[in-house]
Design a protein around this ligand. Structure first.
Ligand SMILES: [Zn+2]
Length: 240
């Protein structure tokens, strides 16, 4: 057991942070928390480990290539500016997040393509055999397909079949089974406030903790705490 004081600045850290045009990124990950996945594509350590675990299970995994992972704010600005010039405003607004609203700046998002891919903004990652194998495994390893066609009205981002976001297990499973987008999941979790009313899933309990100044909580050894980048934290507790 350990006692933790919840800090306001930590609301914007963790695997479950919501980053979109409304809830902007407030802190960039430390360089030391990033790892090279492949071909100069960097990801958050835990995200990178789990992505590798998925690919190990796919026979033709070398056909799947990482197109884009972590981006610094500067890289996001460059990408946005270049696209404005080359593709115009409509396209750019549809497919490229404005700096500090991009999940790529968290290190928790990966764009995947198929070998021979050269479209850096909209790589092809269809639901063919390989794409199906990947999607089938993704939620067991903490990933969700982040921008789906049926959620465009909420995410305000066009469907992106190539963009996967690491949120960690079991959140990835719940989101996928309930067909939520991350925005909906965070709304849903508000029904499960700490400490009385957990969301129970398999051998996990999940709680929402609204930020309160100087609030202290007792954490168990395997507990995981993530900010939601909105107003508080999500506690994930494994029940033995
Ligand atoms: Zn992306």
């Amino acid at each position: 057991m350990r006692k933790v004081v919840l800090k306001e600045k930590d609301i914007s850290l963790g695997n479950l942070i919501l980053v979109n045009s409304y809830y902007k990124l407030k802190r960039e990950p430390k360089q030391s928390s990033l790892q090279e996945f492949k071909n100069n594509v960097f990801l958050d350590n835990e995200c990178c480990y789990n992505l590798k675990e998925i690919l190990k299970k796919i026979p033709n995994q070398e056909e799947i290539i990482p197109v884009s992972g972590f981006r610094t704010k500067k890289e996001q600005i460059n990408l946005y500016t270049i696209s404005l010039k080359e593709n115009g405003e409509d396209f750019t607004k549809r497919y490229i997040a404005f700096p500090n609203t991009s999940e790529h700046q968290t290190g928790l998002a990966i764009d995947l393509g198929l070998k021979g891919e050269n479209d850096l903004i909209r790589p092809r990652f269809p639901n063919n055999k390989l794409g199906k194998q990947f999607r089938h495994l993704a939620s067991s390893y903490g990933f969700i397909e982040r921008y789906k066609e049926n959620k465009v009205n909420i995410t305000k981002i066009a469907a992106e079949m190539w963009h996967f976001r690491y949120v960690s297990f079991p959140h990835s499973k719940i989101i996928t089974e309930k067909d939520f987008c991350l925005e909906e999941y965070h709304d849903y979790l508000k029904q499960f406030p700490y400490p009385d009313k957990p969301l129970k899933y398999q051998n996990y309990e999940i709680y929402y903790l609204k930020y309160q100044k100087n609030k202290k909580i007792m954490l168990q050894d395997k507990d995981k705490l993530s900010g939601n980048n909105i107003d508080g934290f999500i506690l994930t507790r494994m029940i033995i």
